[in-house]
Design a binder for this molecule. Structure first.
Ligand SMILES: Cc1cc2nc3c(=O)[nH]c(=O)nc-3n(C[C@H](O)[C@H](O)[C@H](O)COP(=O)(O)OP(=O)(O)OC[C@H]3O[C@@H](n4cnc5c(N)ncnc54)[C@H](O)[C@@H]3O)c2cc1C
Length: 450
């Protein structure tokens, strides 16, 4: 579908605004000089979402300042050294399937096109077997397998039918994040926890936690590239015209975004050495998953909604161990894991991400209050947004595949890029009903009673 057509059929509450800020572009020959000037775009959070977004902007010659609370990139959910790369599919056809398929194709294309990224990501296209109870509808992206066929692909006994994604595999998210942020137009600052954001006449003001290393450094050496103002309060302020929040499970912690339904969910993986010479040849994914790493396996992941504790627990290791025994009964892992990883996912009620401009929530509540009465779309006025403020997050357990595509969609939108027949035709607007940050507000208004 052509871009114009897609925009035209969106209901008013999902209609996207024109890109609000004029993004300065650096001519390629002046990349380094331009990178030293004041960037108009700040991205908060250097996980997969923030790093891919910063990279997409930088690829279009737009300088970016990437702020991270932690001491390096990928200190949150993206800090793992292994994660599955595969499209998410359901047996019954839904709109979600083509979205994840497009996201998967985008990631493969990006990794195939860019050897440095693919090398840094340690992308291993060993295939993924997803265990299923019933046969799935035929599809070009996977193959239905009996348990016997699945076992021969896995190289070990699998007690279930499966669908096999031959082009899928695993990658190293933390290492990918590091490579993405090595672009010369991305200025990365660690130890920068953003505590408050504020709309200004010119855009956005970002307030950093006082007494961070970055503040101490800045206060001693004022740097006018970012219009910094060390306030009497000790807070450091940075200004930009476009502000993108990619701060994982903290995305709804600001006053402007607290209507977004983000719920944290703790997850833990465990890495085991294998005792005998029996090896796994592909990723196997059921209720939990196993990723083959030479003579080791990464097994994961636990899922505890509402839990934000990040220390490794014996209980989660034990659950992973017993899940591995039922997933792949012939493998013999050591009893004790050699290492583990634990972090907090950002989940949403429909398990799909939130990507796009941040709605003016109070306007939505008033302008669309009569949705519950079933009035025709033509009776409602166009959506309003908090100008220059965007979110990309809520990736739950699927961010490795979906974050790169969502970053591309968001940056295409910011740059007013229109897909042509030569490109993948989907744009941010095409996926509004799945990704729009106001979709839960709209669903709640539809259900509300007067
Ligand atoms: C154990 C586990 C296993 C997983 N396995 C898979 C898998 O196999 N396949 C898959 O697709 N996905 C998997 N996921 C999910 C995937 O890792 C996430 O969806 C993805 O990493 C989310 O990226 P993000 O950038 O949105 O969030 P994060 O990686 O959490 O990044 C957010 C960043 O923002 C920073 N931040 C937060 N608040 C602030 C602030 N106020 N100021 C500045 N910085 C801030 C944080 O420090 C963090 O670095 C797994 C997740 C976990 C926890």
């Amino acid at each position: 579908m052509a871009n114009e057509t897609v925009q035209a059929i969106q209901p008013p509450w999902y209609r996207l605004p024109a890109a609000t800020a004029v993004l300065p572009k650096a001519p390629p020959e002046k990349l380094n000089q331009h990178a030293k000037k004041k960037p108009a775009v700040i991205v908060i959070g250097a996980g997969l979402a923030g790093c891919h977004t910063a990279y997409e902007l930088a690829q279009r010659n737009i300088p970016v300042l990437l702020l991270e609370a932690g001491e390096q990139v990928a200190t949150g959910a993206s800090g793992s050294d292994t994660g599955i790369v595969k499209p998410f599919v359901t047996r019954a056809p839904t709109q979600t399937n083509p979205f994840y398929q497009a996201a998967f194709e985008h990631l493969l294309h990006q990794l195939n096109r860019n050897g440095r990224l693919s090398h840094a990501a340690q992308f291993n296209q060993c295939g993924v077997l997803q265990l299923v109870e019933k046969t799935y509808p035929e599809h070009s992206s996977y193959l239905n397998c009996t348990a016997q066929h699945a076992s021969s692909i896995a190289g070990t006994n699998v007690n279930s039918n499966a669908i096999f994604f031959e082009r899928a595999g695993w990658l190293n998210p933390a290492s990918l994040c590091r490579e993405l942020t090595s672009h010369p137009l991305i200025e990365f600052r660690s130890h920068c926890e953003v505590t408050r954001i504020q709309s200004t006449t010119e855009g956005w003001c970002v307030q950093l936690q006082p007494k961070t290393k970055a503040l101490t450094h800045e206060a001693k050496q004022p740097d006018d590239r970012y219009s910094n103002t060390a306030q009497q309060t000790g807070h450091l302020e940075l200004r930009c015209t476009t502000l993108i929040l990619a701060n994982g499970h903290n995305m709804a912690s600001f006053e402007q975004t607290n209507a977004l339904p983000i719920t944290p969910a703790r997850g833990q993986t465990s890495q085991y050495s294998l005792v005998n010479s029996h090896r796994l040849k592909t990723v196997v994914s059921g209720k939990r998953y196993a990723i083959p790493l030479d003579d080791k396996l990464t097994v994961g992941a636990s899922f505890a909604r509402g839990n934000t504790r990040t220390e490794l627990t014996e209980l989660d290791h034990a659950e992973n161990h017993s899940a591995l025994k039922s997933l792949l009964p012939d493998l013999t892992p050591e009893q004790t894991p050699s290492q583990g990883f634990c972090a907090i996912r950002a989940t949403t009620p429909d398990r799909l991400p939130l990507v796009g401009p941040v709605p003016d929530f109070s306007y939505y509540s008033q302008a669309y209050a009569l949705l519950k009465n079933g009035l025709p779309e033509s009776r409602f006025s166009a959506a309003r947004y908090q100008q220059g403020l965007y979110v990309i997050g809520g990736f739950g357990s699927r961010g490795i595949v979906s974050a790169p595509y969502c970053a591309k969609l968001l940056v295409d939108h910011l740059c007013e890029f229109k897909p042509t027949s030569a490109d993948n035709l989907e744009d941010l607007s095409s996926w509004s009903s799945l990704l729009h940050p106001a979709r839960f507000t709209i669903r709640a208004l539809r259900k509300s009673s007067s």
